[in-house]
Design a protein around this ligand. Structure first.
Ligand code: OGA
Ligand code: MN
Length: 293
């Protein structure tokens, strides 16, 4: 049986079935996933158990090279997981216990509750993120996704014209600083110098224009900082209105793939006494295929 997709929102977020992903090697099946991502930007699969090695192997089959720099950053010096292609999105320490409230890894991870797109503070940034749910809390811990293409389409023409040609500088130091986390070492600062990207992009797979926004977006290149920040905040508010958002309630075994080039996402609060073990593999947006609008 091949891939079938049931839309969860009109042309955004689809519930997919028909493939056992860890056993999917056929190029036609992988291409069907990419085509569905071009259309829906977020795909939700259920009952897809993965070992970490199978997870990274699937991610490489689907789209090539993985983001490893963030996964093995000094921020995770006491790592729970040891595959360099896996980013630990859990609330657990290296012994599998919920992190202390004041743990630096928890503080840093709280930044995932801000609307963002993965690795926009790097060059190349992330293309696909693939998040596998091992253990989820009984309540809460959802992830929300926002459609940056629909958000762009809905902007007034005058605002679209103002955005034309603009570039934003993204930095993880900045997004963490906005929640009061500034505890970075010199080595970490040197490792994450930030990156510049167009604010508006045409997606090569769908041809649709979208906003490229994130909590990491610190300023508009060439603009006074306050002007840029006001614009970025205004756009993030507009782009994350309920009409553009799909909220995913996790079940164990869920596997969600999203296209970071045309979405934002954020985690929601949950009971942190309970384990929430999610693991992510992320591909690099290597092809210079995204062109400014
Ligand atoms: C991520 C992320 C949010 C969440 O995996 O990149 O931001 O709900 N996750 O855990
Ligand atoms: Mn993320």
């Amino acid at each position: 049986m091949g891939l079938t997709v049931r839309p969860l929102r009109p042309n955004f977020a689809g519930e997919a079935e028909g493939l056992v992903l860890r056993e999917t090697h056929d190029r036609a099946d992988l291409d069907a996933i990419v085509a569905a991502l071009d259309r829906y930007a977020v795909l939700v699969f259920h009952d897809q158990p993965f070992e970490d090695g199978e997870h990274t192997a699937f991610a490489r089959r689907l789209d090539g090279e993985l983001v490893t720099k963030v996964a093995r950053t000094v921020l995770e010096s006491r790592r729970r997981l040891h595959d360099e292609g896996i980013t630990d999105i859990s609330n657990l320490d290296e012994d599998g216990r919920p992190l202390d409230r004041a743990d630096r890894r928890r503080m840093h991870g709280l930044g995932n509750r801000l609307w963002h797109t993965d690795s926009s503070f790097q060059q190349p940034a992330a293309r696909y993120s693939m998040l596998s749910a091992k253990t989820v809390p009984a309540a809460g811990g959802e992830t929300e996704y926002a459609d940056m293409r629909a958000a762009y389409d809905a902007l007034p023409d005058a605002l679209k014209a103002r955005l034309d040609g603009l570039r934003a500088f993204h930095s993880i130091m900045y997004s963490r600083q906005t929640i009061g986390f500034t505890d970075f070492s010199d080595a970490e600062r040197a490792q994450f110098p930030g990156a510049e990207h167009p604010l508006v992009r045409v997606h090569p797979g769908s041809g649709r224009t979208g906003l490229y926004l994130a909590s990491h977006a610190e300023r508009i290149v060439g603009w006074p900082v306050p002007d840029g920040r006001i614009l970025l905040r205004e756009l993030i508010v507009l782009a994350t209105q309920p009409a553009f958002v799909y909220r995913h309630t996790w079940r164990g075994g869920d596997f969600v793939i999203w296209d970071n080039r045309c979405t934002m996402h954020r985690g929601l609060a949950f009971d942190e006494n309970e384990p929430r073990d999610l693991r992510r593999a992320t591909t690099l947006d290597l092809a210079p295929a995204l062109t400014p609008a």
